[in-house]
Design a protein around this ligand. Structure first.
Ligand code: GLU
Length: 301
């Protein structure tokens, strides 16, 4: 390149850089305020701790408090103003109906606050899908409610909780996550609380839905693939504000060779309803049909 044209090119480059700096300064000034996200902590592996970095499957769940979780992830302050609240500290296999009611009522209360833009709930993986479904049916809000969990405790090599939590806060603070029902962020995916399940007991990719994820979250940005059209949250017939207790209901599972032992025991226990978990399209074994009918008659009389 000739020396003067090279100089012109450098000068043009410098001018572009200066213009870029001004544009960046203006962008910084015009940045909208960060959303306010509340993290409700309930326990689980995401709050778990193991004896060594190699303990990815043997550890104690529900040990680390929410303030420590937040303090360990300073990146959260880049995507939201975050506050934490320790609602419970349990391993999720021990969740009860009382826990569900208390959590749903707190979520509903927070969702009505104008200074809360989104809610994140940390949870154990074992029953996170049940809590997500319950909130999907009972909390009337269009604000993002994002469940999050982890398959490895924070003390383990390749712990997945920190990124899952960062993703959950980013999703909960985003306007495009509104009106999509309760969500779950795990392993870079955004799943629908209506249909997600834990399908593997041990890997970070344990959660999936037969309909696929709603989207992905990568570096704090959402990429949506589909949206739920089934009734949820705002349009649900259930409303946590009207529910003070859940009736006793038991599930009796069926399988090839099932006997009536469990069904008969449950039928005598005074429950208000029995759910028969049948195979296929909910089919019922010929020998179980009359026992279910008898149980219904007994409940009516
Ligand atoms: N069983 C514990 C729970 O569900 C740990 C499992 C987990 O969180 O991955 O809280």
């Amino acid at each position: 390149m000739h020396i003067s044209s090279r100089f012109r090119a450098l000068a043009a480059g410098a001018a572009l850089l200066a213009a870029g700096a001004i544009a960046q300064a203006q962008t910084t000034q015009q940045q909208p305020a960060l959303p306010n996200v509340m993290i409700l902590a309930t326990g689980g592996t995401i709050a778990g701790a193991g004896a060594s970095a190699l303990n990815s499957a043997t550890y104690a769940a529900a040990k680390v408090g929410v303030e420590k979780l937040i303090a360990g992830l300073p990146e959260l302050s880049k995507v939201a103003n975050v506050k934490g609240e320790q609602v419970f500290q349990v391993a999720s296999e021990s969740m009860t109906n009382e826990h569900l009611l208390a959590l749903a009522k707190r979520v509903s209360q927070l969702a009505r606050q104008p200074d809360v833009d989104g809610i994140v709930i940390t949870h154990g993986t074992d029953t996170v899908e049940e809590t997500a479904y319950f909130l999907t049916l009972t909390v009337h809000t269009d604000k993002p409610i994002v469940m999050v969990a982890s398959m490895r405790p924070g003390t383990a090599l390749s712990a997945d909780g920190a990124l899952n939590l960062y993703d959950a806060v980013a999703v909960a603070g985003s306007k495009d996550a509104r009106s999509k029902g309760v969500l779950l962020t795990m392993n870079d995916t955004i799943q629908s609380g209506r249909d997600v399940s834990k399908n593997v007991n041990i890997v970070p990719s344990a959660f999936s839905s037969q309909w696929g994820p709603l989207g992905m979250v990568v570096e704090g940005k959402n990429y949506w693939f589909r949206a739920p059209v089934k009734r949820h949250t705002m349009n649900s017939e259930f409303d946590i504000e009207q529910i003070t207790a859940l009736p006793p209901v038991e599930i009796v599972y069926s399988y090839a060779g099932v006997s009536a032992t469990a069904l008969d025991a449950v039928a005598k226990s005074g429950v208000k309803a029995i759910i028969h978990g049948g195979p296929g399209n909910g089919s019922v074994a010929d020998r179980i049909v009359p026992r279910l009918q008898a149980a219904r008659e007994a409940a009516r009389s």
